[in-house]
Ligand binder design. Structure first.
Ligand code: SF4
Ligand code: FES
Length: 244
């Protein structure tokens, strides 16, 4: 298939950036990132600089590969950019590719943004610091089935940042909620539960993410199906922590 790409070029956070346009021919079974590999091979062959983009696992598990494709974080399917294939587009299509757009995610180069703000939210409380000892026997500490299932669902967040890119407020609340809820549902997470919620939300706000106004674009864009109800659960922990 032959497609026209309009891709973002930006030389660092203070550059204004611009789009470049180029046609590529690619197999419709190629993944989106393989298509970008083809683009870069052609750019290199022409003596041009390749387009910078992030990727690592290319299996939908590391969260590195976020791109805004035709206005949608991760593109037209509810999956990661690396799991998107060119057969989701038509021969002759024009595809626009941009980096995540958020104050908290400065553009480092072209399509690569600095998402370390998410790491600092984790550092503010996304851990258990009590000594949990050696690995316990299976089922030594019963966890209610519903809590175990919800914690597992929350743990599916891969920290890609699509929720932030999709939100008109640039809020990182779905990510923060997934991390808080994951630990808050498990016995080991109870000791620091309320301090964790307060500290992580404080860090979220300090990083320049916007507030949540329940628009729901985060949930719609999340490739791992993290539900917006987790934000309500986070808010309950924040309120109960603030009232202590
Ligand atoms: S909540 Fe979903 S969209 Fe947001 S960082 Fe986690 S996996 Fe990505
Ligand atoms: S490259 Fe790891 S999730 Fe896409």
């Amino acid at each position: 298939m032959r497609i026209t790409l309009e891709y973002w070029r930006q030389n660092g956070p203070s550059d204004t950036g611009h789009f470049e346009t180029r046609q590529v021919e690619v197999d419709d079974h190629a993944s989106f990132l393989e298509m970008l590999d083809v683009l870069n091979e052609e750019l290199l062959a022409d003596g041009s600089e390749p387009v910078a983009f992030d990727s690592d696992c290319r299996e939908g598990i590391c969260g590195q590969c976020g791109l805004v494709i035709n206005g949608d974080p991760h593109g037209p399917l509810r999956t990661t950019t690396c799991q998107l294939h060119m057969r989701s587009f038509k021969d002759g299509d024009t595809i626009t590719i941009e980096p995540w757009r958020s104050t908290a995610f400065p553009v480092l180069k072209d399509l690569v943004v600095d998402r370390s703000a998410l790491d600092r939210i984790i550092q503010a409380g996304g851990y258990i610091s009590v000594n949990t000892g050696a690995a316990p026997d299976a089922h030594a500490q019963p966890v209610p089935k519903q809590n175990a299932d919800l914690a597992f669902e929350a743990a599916a967040c891969i920290g890609c940042g699509a929720c932030v890119a999709a939100c008109p407020n640039g809020s990182g609340m779905l990510f923060t909620a997934a991390k808080v809820v994951h630990l808050g549902l498990l016995p080991q997470g109870q000791v620091e539960r309320r301090a964790r919620a307060l500290n992580m939300v404080r860090q979220h706000d300090d990083e320049g993410f916007g507030g949540c106004t329940n628009i729901g674009e985060c949930e719609a864009a999340c490739p791992k199906g993290i539900p917006i109800e987790f934000i309500s659960m986070l808010n309950r922990d924040v309120l109960s922590g603030a009232s202590k």
